[in-house]
Ligand binder design. Structure first.
Ligand code: ADP
Ligand code: ZN
Ligand code: ZN
Length: 669
């Protein structure tokens, strides 16, 4: 009787042995095939990971595999190593990693029937490659000189400097060498033109996109094309880092600083970090590109004290001739009374654009009408009953909405507490800004772009088309508008409400603010028309804004890194966060205290344990949340502790409604 060891999607750090059914004989080449097996009273899809000679269990106890699925080639060995790395690094059982990274359609017993491919027939016009600029040439030459083996490059280039063109040339080279390419992007919905651009440049490469908005069947189909080798380019969001690619020869991570590369539930991985591991493991080059690299990557490229060394390549100039970086100026809002949050200078600048038939963008990273509704009589404010957070007023559809748990209710006509009819929105979101600008500039066509107005890809594409077609004069938008777009008539960006990030408790807030403002500034003046960026602030002398005015990412980054080093923050220390949530805070804290005590009494070398504390958003959806930070100057010491801890945590008895997870390299606190 032959035994097959099978990985299953269960939260246990082990595999399961099954008997291979009569008439099947599995060989080493079949390791990596999917199988259907009985598990308890269910049937599950698993992956064959080993064909052991013996089992720890008596053969008579082993159940038999129901079916060996040969509809897909076996998953390759390097895919296994990738899963093993993630399992060890992120402390997630290997079976869970393997199965959870398969497209849903390939791990379900009864996947929905694939509908006919809805691929649109219209092919984009062929995209001609421009003559490279000197800077692009130099960057490409440096990467070519690096050879075909592992090397990590950080391509730092201001918005519009032609990073994408560099990627396209690299892709061209890899395809010509018979290799496959993986191109990771933060949110594909926001960058349909990139997809079009890659598809047009490489019409024969079987471009396969992979992101969560695809239907299950389409995702499975594209994934299969990658595994079978018919797709030579995979363009996808973070989940696509797990696509098996037998001929992988190059990985590109665009906008590598973007927080959406971090998965926020289940296995909390960073697709960028996994990509670097994968490139090293496959011994191929990887290019990380950004106008505002993450400080981790920047340190890796510029700071000799950090271990991983990236090669820094810089594009200083915009690629299109005569396209200048926009002039960035600060408007000191301490000196005047703002009109509905808008300074006279910004209003005049918008007016000028209207006269010239150009577009303006007012950037406010807060959607909704107002962050809270208040009663002027008794001081009542609109709280979410399920979270330690306020309900945001959405006047457009007359709702109060919690941005944390999704709870919503109608806007009350009177104060629920005292009956007073005078309840007022407090503060300002994009909807209110849209209204204010409409009153101010009745002749202007105003378009709001945020997660509410662009819920689906379709809606987003319609909005983008309108902007391109010049059917809007003033755009009001959140960071959605900051990403990857080239609006030729947009010449003015006004930024409101930026200051709040300067003094936030989260020490990563300035990094995010700088990146956002730099990105949004990058939208102005991309073509012939010069751009202008106005930042309303009460802290015009803040060094962050000073660096922004000079478009000086390096000095901002270096200053931040100095501060982080002094404070003992990443990337000069390594962190992991244990979080727990339960109906009662006391239970969450008690679990963390037990976990902490376990780690403290064990040999844990160079690891520092903080105290369990309630999270900033201490209650969400009726669960009370707490966290425990652990930290070490040594990545290795941290990893060793975590691997022992991970197992010990599973053994801690917890109240039935308590949930916990461990996050390595947490980004948010
Ligand atoms: P980035 O990715 O750095 O923001 P892109 O690659 O999207 O920059 O380039 C910005 C604009 O410049 C695009 O319109 C692109 O077509 C154009 N462009 C890129 N490289 C060149 C070049 N060498 N010559 C002329 N135009 C270029
Ligand atoms: Zn009241
Ligand atoms: Zn809520």
């Amino acid at each position: 009787m032959q035994i097959a060891r099978v990985a299953l999607d269960v939260p246990l750090h082990r595999f399961f042995d099954y008997l291979v059914p009569d008439g099947e004989l599995l060989t080493a080449a079949d390791i990596g095939l999917r199988v259907r097996v009985p598990f308890g009273r269910q049937s599950k899809i698993g992956i064959v990971v080993e064909l052991p000679e013996t089992s720890d269990f008596p053969l008579a106890q082993l159940k038999s595999i129901d079916a060996v699925l040969r509809d897909l080639p076996a998953l390759p060995a390097d895919w296994f190593r990738l899963a093993e790395f993630c399992s060890a690094y992120y402390q997630v059982p290997l079976g869970e990693v393997m199965l959870s990274t398969l497209p849903a359609g390939l791990r379900r017993i009864n996947p929905p029937k694939a509908r006919q491919s809805r691929r649109s027939a219209k092919l984009p016009p062929p995209h001609l490659a421009p003559e490279l600029t000197a800077e692009q040439k130099a960057a490409l030459a440096a990467i070519k000189d690096g050879g075909e083996g592992f090397k990590a490059y950080l391509l730092h280039g201001v918005t519009g400097s032609g990073k994408t063109e560099v990627y396209l040339r690299l892709i061209e080279g890899a395809l010509a060498a018979g290799r496959q390419v993986l191109l990771l992007v933060p949110e594909i919905n926001l960058t349909p033109q990139l997809e079009a651009r890659v598809g047009a440049r490489f019409p024969d490469a079987g471009l396969a996109s992979l992101h969560s908005e695809l239907s299950e069947a389409a995702r499975a189909r594209n994934w299969r094309a990658a595994l079978e080798g018919s797709a030579r380019i995979v363009l996808g969001t973070r989940l696509s880092i797990f696509t098996p690619l037998p001929d992988l020869g190059l990985i590109v991570v665009d906008e590598e600083h973007d927080a959406s590369f971090k998965q926020q539930d289940g296995m909390r991985y960073s697709a960028r970090d996994v990509a670097v591991f994968r490139a090293r493991e496959r011994d191929i080059p990887i290019v990380l590109g950004s106008a505002t690299p993450s400080l981790e990557s920047w340190a890796n490229a510029t700071d000799s004290r950090t271990p991983a060394r990236y090669t820094l390549l810089t594009l200083y100039e915009r690629a299109v001739e005569n396209a200048r970086l926009p002039a960035v100026r600060r408007i000191d809002t301490r000196l005047e009374k703002l009109q509905d949050g808008l300074s006279g200078e910004l209003l005049r600048a918008i007016e000028k654009r209207l006269e010239r038939g150009e577009q303006s963008l007012v950037f406010l990273n807060r959607r909704g009408y107002a962050p809270v509704l208040t009663c002027t009589g008794c001081g009542w404010i609109s709280h979410c009953t399920r979270c330690a957070a306020n309900l945001v007023l959405h006047l457009a559809d007359g709702r109060l909405r919690c941005h944390h748990c999704g709870f919503e209710s109608r806007v009350p006509k009177a104060c629920p507490s005292c009956g007073n009819q005078d309840i007022q929105p407090f503060g300002r979101g994009t909807q209110r800004l849209e209204e204010v600008l409409g009153e101010r500039f009745p002749q202007a066509r105003i378009l709001r772009v945020d997660r509410d107005s662009a819920k689906s890809r379709k809606q987003w594409e319609l909005l983008v088309e309108k902007i391109y077609a010049g059917e809007a004069d003033i755009l009001v938008g959140t960071q959605m508008l900051a990403k990857g777009h080239d609006f030729p008539k947009l010449t003015l960006v006004g930024a409101l409400g930026a200051d709040s990030a300067l003094f936030a408790a989260d020490w990563r807030a300035p990094e995010r603010l700088f990146a956002q403002l730099m990105q949004v500034a990058g939208r102005a003046g991309r073509a012939e028309l010069p751009g202008e960026v106005l930042i309303q602030t009460q802290f015009p002398d803040h060094p962050l804004y000073a660096a922004l005015v000079r478009h000086d990412y390096p000095s901002f980054a270096n200053e931040q890194l100095t501060e982080r080093e002094q404070a003992g923050f990443p990337p000069y220390t390594y962190q992991a966060m244990l979080r727990a949530e339960a109906p009662l805070m006391a239970d969450s804290l008690a679990f963390l205290a037990t976990a902490r005590a376990w780690l403290q009494q064990s040999e844990h070398g160079d690891v520092m344990l903080y105290d369990p504390v309630p999270m900033k958003l201490a209650r969400r959806a009726n669960l009370e949340r707490a966290q425990l930070l652990i930290e070490s100057p040594s990545r290795r010491a941290l990893q060793i502790s975590l691997s022992e801890w991970g197992v010990a945590l599973d053994a801690i008895k917890t109240p039935s409604r308590l949930r916990w997870h461990l996050e390595v390299d947490p980004l948010e606190f």
